[in-house]
Design a protein around this ligand. Structure first.
Ligand code: IVH
Length: 801
């Protein structure tokens, strides 16, 4: 064991090192020490302190985690009251201008006096905290309370890694730092994800969660909710020269190791404030934490003193708000919507409310589990949030306002009540077609089992098919689709092309009759036909779509516009897409297992085959079919196809080894035993797995079929350039302007040779092809030591030189 003196010196050294690394880690977000090293130092200090309890100091990092469950918090009388600031509710520029005018008036400045200098910062949405440092050591943390008296929450605040236990370079007898304790949005989301996993109630918003964590009596519980801190002001100070300006103060606090937000400026006059307010508004949604406005403070402390206070608010500061992202409203009903794939989604109908810049009256509850977890019920008062472009959501229910009904109680004193409405349940039957609602094991969404027999799904499928980005059938709007389906004229997409003028007019007549309306034309004894003629014309005009749009229009699960374009670009023909097996789809860019499977499943379904055949028979024909892309040649190499088969234990590298041994698809299909010499390069377990795979299902036949399809495709491909396969497995990045090749042409050449073109340089990049005015990608390549080629170098590579 170390003697006391050495132990004492070592403990001091460890404390300093650990505190320094905690600052790098928590405040500067730039750790230089691996976690394991930190833990080692930490444990060493813990051991020293255990052996010599007298070495324990208040700033020892080991004290962050220690604490006992409290009965309550002790009151703390603030030496300097914690005031609030006036809020400017005018969220426009005029709010900032009004503040500047007020300040100038109170200082009795002449109209032509120079602009006042302000310090502008963010208004953090958390809770105010007073940190008392004595002789540089954190001795107490207190909440604001009523401004005069707060609560002693030292124990929990010690657990906030960002808050230094000892100030750097300042040992003033008293220095109280004020700031905001808050929770980052990512920490909040992670916390809620964990709650969901545990099947527990989720938290409403970061602010309430932070407040709850700080006031948690059990420090263990408090530590499960990660908090952060930003310093923005001072309380009592003894023996420290306070800087002359607020900006100077913030810099000084940062230099002491306290977190100070980087979004702060010194702004001249009203114009500077307006500029800051606007700039932060644009940044608001991308900040990692919530703010509800910005704060302007007169920068000069001398001027602050001249301005003084009105009641409990300084005249020299104001909070300039942004439009609220959260509002309260009530749930009028909970309906369900049936989507194109039958997904049943509960939707809360709300009393319309203006939040985050728009009026919100419907909010999805996603699925039954989510609706129950949030426990949203009819009549509830709920908090609706809409931040930026994010879709509005209900973040929580105000339970105190839930409508209740009295229960006839036996006990006259203890009146009992229960919620007026029960917990939400999804209907057992589809509200549209009455089919069973089913929810598969492990799936969150429930689906209507009616398939295309469900009018809601049919309508959605047709709406999607006719949409502007799909077949673009102009004039086939929601109302017509509803009536065509409800009155039985259209049961699926193919029926659209069988519609006639008589059918449309009859449909209209029946719909009007059903709805009890008599159009003016009918009153005048005429029949309007123009609309129907236009609609038929639009349907006819949609018969020759680009292949990509037709594929997108079919509504194959997981096939969005970009996947549809990949299929069309690479395979070129509908017939080929229809019969492409999984491995062929998987060699196409950006198509993974899920998507490939969805495509194969779709085209294997007899109903879909029939619908497609009917479409073709009605004259629907892609206008731009072409031979498969020359780029496919590289992807049809044996190594690539082998890898795409996803045979267990057969990594890309092993596929390459097999191909090098001359094992192609047909030879593989004929393999009889794991002892074949061609398999010698593989580890035994990989060879065994391969043989097992060959024995399963129809794998051998699938290999044969794939080989046949490959040959057929190769025969159709445009003349090769001789570079086939030269770049298989290689990733290239293009940057700058090449002398003769356009970027697309270079990309085509690389892909035709089996290479991949990526947008960013990493260690995995094989070559960077750089032209003139190449930028940061070239720098990155040089930094990582990635070989750089010019256009001639690329050509040489393609030519195999
Ligand atoms: S200064 C005397 N600066 O807003 C001025 N307050 O009413 C004292 N707040 O609860 C406050 N961000 O916790 C100041 N950058 C900031 C702030 C800020 C958030 C909170 C503060 C208090 C309320 C002010």
């Amino acid at each position: 064991m170390l003697d006391f003196d050495s132990a004492s010196r070592r403990a001091a050294e460890l404390r300093e090192q650990l505190n320094h690394h905690a600052h790098l880690y928590y405040v500067l977000d730039a750790p230089t020490l691996p976690d394991a090293e930190y833990d080692k130092l930490y444990q060493e200090l813990q051991a020293l302190e255990a052996a010599h309890p007298e070495l324990l100091t208040a700033d020892s990092p080991t004290q962050r985690v220690i604490g006992k469950v409290l009965d309550g918090f002790a009151p703390v009388r603030h030496a300097v009251p914690m005031l609030s600031i006036r809020t400017e509710t005018d969220t426009e520029d005029t709010g900032a201008i009004a503040f500047d005018e007020r300040v100038r008036r109170q200082l009795e400045l002449a109209a032509d006096a120079p602009a006042i200098e302000y310090a502008a910062e963010l208004k953090f949405d958390g809770l105010a905290m007073n940190l008392r440092y004595e002789n540089g050591l954190l001795v107490q943390a207190a909440t604001r309370g009523d401004g005069e008296t707060g609560e002693d929450v030292t124990q929990n605040v010690r657990g906030i890694g960002q808050i230094p236990l000892r100030l750097q370079g300042v040992a003033a007898p008293v220095l109280e730092v004020r700031g905001e304790v808050y929770m980052r949005r990512d920490d909040f989301e992670a916390l809620n994800a964990r709650q969901r996993e545990l099947g527990e109630k989720t938290f409403v918003n970061p602010r309430n969660t932070a407040a709850g964590a700080v006031r948690q009596l059990d420090p263990e519980q408090a530590r499960k909710k990660p908090l952060s801190f930003y310093a923005y002001g001072l309380g009592e100070v003894q023996g420290w020269a306070v800087p002359d300006t607020h900006a100077g103060l913030l810099d000084a606090l940062a230099a002491m190791g306290l977190p100070v937000c980087e979004h702060r400026v010194v702004a001249p006059g009203a114009a500077g404030l307006v500029e800051f307010h606007q700039r932060i508004a644009g940044l608001r949604d991308s900040l990692p934490f919530d703010i509800d406005g910005v704060v302007y403070k007169v920068n000069s402390r001398a001027l602050q003193q001249r301005l003084g206070f009105v009641t409990r608010e300084p005249r020299w500061a104001v909070a300039h708000k942004y439009p609220a992202q959260e509002q309260l409203t009530t749930v009028e009903a909970i309906d369900v919507q049936v989507g194109r794939t039958g997904a049943i989604t509960p939707v809360a109908r709300l009393t319309p409310v203006f939040v985050g810049g728009t009026t919100v009256s419907n909010v999805t509850l996603h699925n039954e589990g989510e609706a129950q977890r949030k426990d949203v019920r009819i009549g509830d008062t709920v908090i609706v949030r809409r931040a930026g472009d994010v879709i509005p959501e209900i973040v929580g229910v105000v339970l105190e306002r839930r409508p209740m009904r009295e229960l006839p109680g036996l006990d006259l004193l203890m009146s009992q009540s229960e919620p007026l409405h029960p917990q939400y349940r999804l209907p057992a039957a589809c509200p549209v077609c009455g089919s069973h609602v089913v929810r598969e094991e492990g799936e969150a969404v429930a689906r209507c089992s009616g398939g295309l027999a469900c009018p809601a799904q049919r309508k959605e499928a047709i709406r999607h098919f006719a949409g502007r980005r799909a077949m673009d059938i102009e004039g086939l709007g929601e109302r017509y689709i509803d009536n065509l389906v409800e009155l039985g004229y259209v049961n699926g997409i193919a029926d659209l092309y069988a519609l006639t003028l008589d059918m449309l007019l009859e449909m209209k007549r029946r719909a009007d009759e059903r709805d009890g309306v008599t159009p003016e034309t009918v009153q005048a004894g005429k029949v309007a036909t123009k609309w129907a003629e236009n609609l038929l014309e639009a349907i006819a005009a949609s018969k020759r779509p680009p292949l990509a749009r037709l594929l997108f229009a079919l509504g194959v699960r997981h096939v969005g516009e970009s996947t549809a374009k990949v299929l069309a670009d690479w395979l070129g023909q509908l017939a080929l897409v229809r019969r492409a097996p999984m491995p062929l789809l998987r060699v196409l860019p950006d198509i993974g297992a899920t998507v490939a499977e969805a495509i194969v499943d779709f085209f294997a379904e007899p109903k879909n085959q029939q619908a497609l055949d009917t479409l073709l028979a009605a004259g629907v024909q892609p206008a731009d079919e072409h031979a498969p892309s020359a780029r496919l040649r590289g992807s049809l190499q044996d190594t690539v196809l082998l890898a795409a088969l996803q045979i267990p234990k057969l990594t890309e590298l092993r596929c390459k080894q097999l191909a090098d041994q001359g094992v192609d698809l047909r030879r593989l299909a004929a393999m009889e035993s794991a002892g074949e010499p061609a398999l010698a390069a593989l580890p035994t377990e990989a060879a065994a797995a391969l043989m097992q795979w060959l024995g399963e299902g129809a794998h051998r036949q699938e290999l044969q079929a794939l080989a046949a399809l490959r040959d057929e495709l190769l025969a159709q491909l445009p003349e090769g350039s001789g570079s086939e396969g030269r770049l298989v497995g290689k990733t290239l990045v293009l940057t700058g302007t090449l002398p003769t090749l356009s970027r697309d042409a270079a990309k085509d050449l690389i892909e035709a040779a089996g290479g991949k073109v990526s947008g960013s340089v990493s260690k995995k990049t094989h070559y960077v092809v750089a032209g003139s005015e190449a930028g940061s990608k070239l720098d990155k390549a040089q930094e990582l030591g990635v070989p750089v080629l010019d256009e001639a170098g690329l050509q040489a590579l393609l030519a195999g030189e």
